[in-house]
Design a protein. Sequence first.
Length: 179
Amino acid sequence: MKIAVFASGNGSNFQVLAEKFPENVTVVFSDHRDAYVLKRAEKLGVLAVSFELKEFATKIDYEQKIVQLLDDNEIDLLVLAGYMKIIGSTLLAQYKGKIINIHPSYLPHFAGSPHAIEESHAAQCGLGVTVHYVDEGLDTGKIIAQRELNYLSNLALYEKSVHELEYQLYPEVIKKLIQ
């Protein structure tokens, strides 16, 4: 199974996945040309590709180029890891049921929020991590796996525990999908 990881920023989840599944993770795509994930990919020998929505006339054109990239590299599974763009109908139509995402809350709490860690911490609910399939909604796809976390009063420590759980749960899910 060939995997493409989509990330918009740092790429720590990408690095965990690329190191655990070096034969499978073959492409990383970022919608930001200056994203650190691209440097991580180069260091690990993974094809790193980046282009931005603003470079295209429409989102359809942007996603058609992504589909071409995925087709050219015979990608079987798209793994979103901090990819901050909403997957549109063009990409979803080509890869329905083959796109997964990790969300830093116990869904349905704080679905669609780019600040789910801070919001779940402040509310002291929805604490955890969810891996789910991507559908037309925002974090509304079928849940594959979830794990709850205990509340920690220190936000920085709580955020660290969220990331540590992500680094465990995402590889577990992908291992099952590969098998």
